[in-house]
Design a protein around this ligand. Structure first.
Ligand code: ADP
Ligand code: MG
Length: 367
């Protein structure tokens, strides 16, 4: 087991194209860290540099206390699992898992113990004699993880390992990976573009975009206190509702903002750096918008555009006349009577409203 420390890590593939633009991060021993960000933002490049499959252009990588920039991949104590699990088709599950150990000259008896232990952890003892073609997608991915486990690595790197699986399998494997981490307690670095995987698996999430860390924190910290617009709209499904607006009033502990058509809302944020007249973005998550009876002060009339019944919840998309943005509400399942064309009244509770400045940086929310 080991910690990982990244100090101002940079990566250029060519002289002018900088893909990783200075990453600082301390990953604790035994932590489950998830890197999440859109396709092409540099997640795999980061992983490959840590694994030793790609040179580090500048900065320092420590695995434990060892400066590892120039340590050969095979000596880093890292095992990597990729999206494409590329098993050897002519070998049994057992041989697939044993292969790297055989190459490394591990004694047969030792290999046997490790493969059987990994198979037990992954609940595939009964599959050891099968060939990959006789396995389901999820089982194949478990073999790929088993191949990593048998090496007793100090760190696991998993690069979108579940992306090839269908939705229900992905969910199963997610639960299994969580359990696996609880059992092995090995440091895990997991890459995904899927914010649900990030929210559910991570001890801490690293939101990454355009080669830069946007924010690091526990899933709930990130969800409740995103530090900028990118993080705010990346985490959460459906996305946070955002409104371009203007700051029209600053009070102790609250900002008054105006949307188009003179609609106002209040956000409970620290207003120390706020200036009346500034352009701001108001943000509120779909589950925080409330519906109100007619006549409630501050309730804004809106028209229902679309209703999606998801069983446990209802998603309603509504339009406030004069406001460009379509607004998404996440409502309890019993609101099934809502339909296209209905008029509703929406309320944006002050404590749930977030505010972002013209650069997209969040105002601190009041506790
Ligand atoms: P992600 O895993 O987040 O989708 P990658 O790390 O694969 O992103 O890629 C980050 C950027 O680096 C992309 O713009 C990609 O085109 C570029 N890139 C990746 N690998 C290479 C390479 N071997 N040579 C040049 N550019 C690369
Ligand atoms: Mg990738």
């Amino acid at each position: 087991m080991a910690s990982i420390t990244l100090k101002n890590i940079k990566k250029n593939y060519t002289k002018d194209i900088c893909v990783i633009k200075g990453v600082d991060l301390e990953i604790k021993d035994g932590e489950f860290i998830v890197f999440v960000g859109p396709s092409g933002c540099g997640k795999s490049t980061m992983m490959r540099m840590i694994a030793g499959l790609e040179d580090i252009t500048a900065g320092e990588l420590y695995i434990g206390d060892t400066l590892a920039n120039d340590v050969h991949a095979s000596k880093r104590g890292i095992a990597m699992v990729f999206q494409s699990y590329a098993l050897y088709p002519h070998m049994s599950v057992y041989d697939n898992m044993a292969f790297a150990l055989k190459l490394a000259g591990t004694p047969k008896a030792e290999i046997d113990v490790r493969v059987k232990k990994a198979a037990e952890v992954l609940q595939m003892t009964h599959l050891l004699e099968r060939k990959p073609k006789a396995l389901s997608g999820g089982q194949r991915q478990r073999v790929a993880i088993g191949r990593a486990i048998v090496r007793n690595p100090k760190v696991f790197l998993l690069d979108e390992p579940l992306s090839n699986l269908d939705a229900s399998l992905r969910l199963n494997m997610r639960v299994e990976l969580s359990k696996l981490h609880q059992e092995l307690k090995t440091t895990m670095l997991y890459v995904t573009h899927d914010q649900v995987e990030a929210m559910t698996l991570a001890d801490r999430i690293v939101v990454f975009n355009a080669g830069i860390i946007q924010q690091v924190g526990t899933p709930l910290e990130m969800y409740e206190n995103p530090s900028n617009l990118f993080v705010a709209s990346f985490l959460g499904s459906p996305k946070m509702n955002l409104f371009e607006s203007q700051l029209v009033g600053v009070e102790q502990g609250a900002a008054l903002v105006r949307l188009p058509k003179g609609i106002t809302a209040r956000a409970a944020v620290d207003t120390a750096s706020a200036k009346v007249g500034d352009k701001v973005t108001l943000g509120i998550r779909p589950e925080h918008i409330q519906l109100a009876e007619e006549g409630v002060a501050g309730a804004i009339p809106a028209k229902v555009d679309l209703v999606e019944h998801l069983g446990d919840i209802v998603l309603a998309y509504v339009e406030i006349p004069g406001v460009n943005e379509i607004i998404c509400l996440k409502l309890p399942a019993h609101m099934t009577g809502l339909k296209f064309g209905d008029t509703v009244r929406v309320v944006f509770p002050e404590k749930n409203c977030m505010l972002f400045d013209a650069e997209g940086l969040a105002f601190k929310r009041n506790k």
